[in-house]
Design a binder for this molecule. Structure first.
Ligand SMILES: [Zn+2]
Length: 155
């Protein structure tokens, strides 16, 4: 058996997980390959077990997110047919929001401390201001994700 066949099998397994379906020709080919190939059968079982573990730990993932992420690692962005760009934008906004908050935290902390001193505000007040500055944009972004998902419960 050549590596090509295993590569094709892994691609079809990914496709099935992402798209939720395969053409009958591909499904038959994959089933036949898995019957004959211990290696790919083990890989399929491991992937299924990993997803099941994620579910069992109670991590609430949008359906298909894990497999879509895995798919993105393998495919060039342009090759991915994604009919749900809104979801991706919201996730990116949430991620950027957290990253920006973390990256700028030391400066913002100093800024709030300076303001607190010069405005004579009690320390707890400017500390709360700092925390709000950090988490509010992320909360908005997360809220946007939740709202977007609520409008599209099929995802
Ligand atoms: Zn194989």
């Amino acid at each position: 058996m050549t590596d090509n066949l295993h590569t094709r099998a892994r691609q079809l397994m990914d496709e099935e997980r992402v798209e939720g379906t395969l053409s009958s020709e591909n499904r038959a080919w994959l089933a036949a390959h898995l019957r004959d190939c211990d290696e790919c059968r083990a890989a399929a079982a491991a992937a299924t077990a990993a997803l099941a573990t994620l579910r069992d730990t109670g991590v609430e993932l949008p359906r298909g997110l894990a497999s879509r992420t895995q798919m993105r690692l393998r495919l060039r962005a342009g090759e991915l047919r994604d009919d749900r760009p809104g979801t991706n934008v919201a996730w990116v906004v949430a991620a950027i929001s957290w990253a920006a908050g973390a990256a700028t935290a030391p400066w913002v902390w100093r800024g709030f401390a300076w303001l607190g001193e010069h405005a004579g505000a009690p320390k707890p007040i400017w500390e709360i201001g700092f925390v709000l500055w950090w988490i509010v944009p992320a909360l908005f972004a997360t809220g946007a994700v939740v709202a977007e998902r609520r409008e599209n419960p099929s995802d």
